[in-house]
Design a binder for this molecule. Structure first.
Ligand code: PMP
Length: 351
């Protein structure tokens, strides 16, 4: 750290992304990417837009906003596109938290929430999960803080029913409730249907998982037009051109090929159930994941041992050192072939 680094960042602990090794042919099951390539329509349109890279992109993302709003059944002024959903989550921390309005989120959840609170110098409270890793909904009823809930949650994969989300949103009318739906397309109910009923609800989603576009960095938020106007104010005060032209084009191409996305999501759900059943035969306990990953604990080896042994065998998964979840590994659902390789490797490791 240089002597020039602002004092306000002295205690900042940056988010640590999963490894992206380039030196080995790993089976990568550590960052919840899709095993399937992006839609060919996305690739083609991005290529065409590459020829226009001398121009700034459309800061309103007009065409993409139109397509998304039609798909989701909301107004064009109720959608905001961002550089990954990480960006809109950061905007929400900036826009809806301050000294009088702390953020609140589960103690075990997406690690970036804490980092967003810290970099923006915002107070926050972490609420422990139940023993079985479920969220205790009562903890968030009338909590009087800005609520951030990943639904399904990460890295547990467990989802709350929409009725519980609605109870949380309706009991906090004076605070914004952010529902992070990064994994919603793998078998969980979306809260988008509630945005017209609750002006305090912001739902965030991403093209990174179900739409095979993690490398493009494209996410979005849906909410009342007033919330979207707030977030646009933050966007235009930080980076008006937050979505580059090629990403915007890839997004447009991807949405025009929704059957491809849906088919991939179904395949991933099938592979998830296959993997879960096979791992349970090997003595693993898995949570009831509604995502493109499973969260699994062995009955005979530590989480760290499983992680290391898989790594030695060319398979990367994500292990978190936090004591409460150190017995577990988060394993991204890949293709059937990759999952079969995972199962046979684990079987050898445990033999
Ligand atoms: N929310 C959750 C729960 C996530 O796991 C991730 C992915 N790391 C994100 C949001 C952000 O994803 P992206 O910025 O790629 O949209």
């Amino acid at each position: 750290m240089s002597k020039y680094f602002s004092q306000k960042y002295k205690s900042l602990v940056p988010y640590v992304p999963g490894e992206q090794p380039k030196d080995n042919d790993y089976i990568k099951l550590n960052t919840n990417e899709s095993p399937y390539p992006p839609s060919e329509k996305a690739v083609k349109l991005a290529g065409e837009y590459a020829k226009k890279l001398h121009l700034y992109p459309d800061p309103t993302c007009g065409e993409l906003v139109k397509q998304l709003s039609e798909m989701l059944g909301v107004g064009k002024d109720q959608v905001l596109l961002t550089n990954g959903s990480d960006e809109i989550l950061n905007f929400a921390f900036m826009a809806y938290c301050d000294d009088k309005t702390p953020a609140v989120f589960p103690e075990i959840t997406y690690g970036f929430y804490k980092v967003f609170a810290q970099i923006n110098n915002l107070p926050y409270e972490e609420i422990p999960l139940n023993e079985d890793f479920t969220i205790n909904v009562e903890d968030y009823i009338g909590v009087n803080k800005t609520v951030f809930i990943a639904n399904p949650n990460a890295p547990t994969g467990i989802a709350l029913p929409l009725s519980d989300i609605e109870r949380i949103v309706s009991s906090n009318p004076d605070n914004v409730v952010v529902i992070d739906e990064a994994y919603v397309d793998f078998g969980c109910e979306s809260a988008v249907a509630l945005v017209d009923k609750y002006p305090n609800l912001l739902v965030t989603q991403t093209f990174s998982k179900s739409r095979s576009m993690a490398g493009a960095r494209l996410g979005f938020g849906i909410g009342s037009k007033e919330l979207i106007a707030d977030l646009n104010a933050v966007k235009y005060s930080t980076n008006p051109y937050n979505i580059n032209s090629m990403t915007m084009a890839a997004g447009i191409g991807c949405l025009s090929d929704d059957e491809y996305t849906k088919a991939n999501c179904l395949e991933i759900q099938k592979n998830r159930e296959y993997t879960k059943a096979e791992l349970e035969k090997l003595g693993f306990t898995c949570t009831d994941s509604k995502t493109n990953f499973i969260f699994a604990k062995s009955d005979s080896k530590t989480g760290e041992e499983i992680y290391q042994k898989l790594r030695e065998n060319g398979i990367l998964v994500r292990h978190f050192s936090d004591k409460k979840i150190a017995d577990y590994n988060r394993i991204t659902i890949g293709s059937r072939e990759q999952m079969e390789k995972l199962v046979s490797t684990l079987s050898n490791i445990l033999r």
